[in-house]
Design a protein around this ligand. Structure first.
Ligand SMILES: Nc1ncnc2c1ncn2[C@@H]1O[C@H](COP(=O)(O)OP(=O)(O)OP(=O)(O)O)[C@@H](O)[C@H]1O
Length: 276
C-alpha cells in the first residue's frame, strides 16, 4: 500500500465524516465494568438507509457497544446521537418510541403464547393501551377498531416474514430460524426507523437465513429502514453490508466497504491471521 493510500485509510478508520447523512452517531463511547474497559472511545456513524456491519474478534467490544446504544448499559463516557438528538443512556422503551429498536430473544413467558399473540403484543403495539382503555366507558368502539387494526397489521407482518402459517403455534415450538423471523416481526410492529441486530443468523439454517436477509434488503429498499448488524459470519457481512466497521480492543480499528476491509492488514492481524 502506498503512503498516501495508507494515510487516507487511516483517516477513514478514525473519522465518520465520510458519511453524508448519518442516522446514528457514536462518538467516543466508553464503557467500563469495574477495571475492565470493554469499549474504549469507539467512534463511528451509520448512514441512513444503510446496512452496516459491526465486526471484530471475540472480546472486541461489539456487544457492549450494541448494549450501550440500545439502552441496556449506561455508557461510562461518550455520546450517542440518533436522528440529530442525543440518546445517550436512554432506556430501550424511550428509544423504541424514537424509532430505534433491537431484536430481543423471545422471553420464556412469551414462548407459551402463540406467534400471532407475540406479534400483537410487540413493544409499541397498541394492544396493551387499548386493553386499559377498554375499561373506560364510551371507548369500547374505538378499542375494537384499534385491536382490529393491530391484528390486521400483525397478520401482514407475519405474511411478510412468511410465518403466517405458524400464527397459532406456540412461539416455544418454533425452530431457531423461525424464532429469529418472529423476533424481527415483533420489532417491525413498532414502526422503527433503525433496527439493530445482534447475531440474527446464529443457528439459522441456510434457507431461513436467505429469507431473513432478503427481508432486510426489502425493508431498506421499500421503507428506507437502516440496519446495524453484529454478526460473526464473515460471508454474510461481506456479501450484504455496504459499510463495515471493525472493532478491536474496544475501539474502531477500520471501516469501509468489503474490499477495503478484506485488504486491510490491521484487520487481518486483529483476527490473528484468520480468513476474513
Ligand atoms: N458485564 C460485564 N462485566 C465484565 N466484563 C464484561 C462484561 N461484558 C463484557 N465484558 C468484557 O468486555 C470485553 C468486551 O466484551 P464484548 O462482549 O462487548 O465483546 P464482543 O466483541 O461482543 O465479543 P464476542 O464476539 O465474543 O461476543 C470483554 O473483555 C468482556 O469480557
Amino acid at each position: 500500500m502506498s503512503e498516501p493510500e495508507a494515510t487516507a485509510r487511516q483517516e477513514t478508520a478514525v473519522t465518520s465524516d465520510a458519511i453524508d447523512s448519518p442516522l446514528l452517531v457514536v462518538d467516543g463511547l466508553r464503557k467500563e465494568f469495574g477495571g475492565v474497559v470493554a469499549v474504549d472511545g469507539a467512534t463511528f456513524s451509520v448512514a441512513e438507509g444503510s446496512l452496516t456491519g459491526l465486526i471484530g474478534p471475540n472480546g472486541a467490544g461489539k456487544s457492549t457497544t450494541f448494549n450501550c446504544i440500545t439502552g441496556i448499559h449506561e455508557p461510562t463516557g461518550g455520546r450517542v446521537t440518533f436522528d440529530g438528538q442525543s440518546i445517550t443512556g436512554l432506556p430501550p422503551y424511550t428509544l423504541a418510541n424514537r424509532g430505534l429498536v433491537r431484536t430481543f430473544q423471545i422471553a420464556r413467558e412469551l414462548s407459551e403464547m402463540t406467534v400471532l399473540e407475540n406479534v400483537m403484543l410487540a413493544p409499541g403495539g397498541q394492544v396493551g393501551e387499548s386493553v386499559i382503555r377498554s375499561v373506560t366507558p364510551g371507548l369500547r368502539g374505538d378499542v375494537i377498531e384499534a385491536e382490529t387494526a393491530v391484528r390486521d397489521r400483525a397478520w401482514e407482518t407475519l405474511e411478510f416474514f412468511e410465518i403466517d402459517h405458524l400464527a397459532h403455534e406456540n412461539a416455544g415450538n418454533l425452530s431457531g430460524g423461525q424464532r429469529k423471523l418472529l423476533e424481527m416481526a415483533r420489532v417491525l410492529m413498532t414502526d422503527p426507523e433503525m433496527i439493530l441486530l445482534d447475531e440474527p443468523l446464529a443457528g439459522v439454517n441456510p434457507t431461513l437465513e436467505e429469507k431473513l436477509l432478503e427481508r432486510i434488503h426489502e425493508l431498506r429498499r421499500e421503507q428506507g429502514l437502516t440496519f446495524l448488524l453484529v454478526e460473526h459470519d464473515m460471508d454474510v457481512i461481506m456479501n450484504n453490508c455496504e459499510h463495515i466497521i471493525v472493532m478491536h480492543q474496544g475501539s474502531v480499528l477500520a471501516e469501509g466497504d468489503a474490499e477495503t476491509i478484506k485488504s486491510d492488514e490491521r484487520v487481518l492481524e486483529a483476527y490473528l491471521g484468520g480468513d476474513v
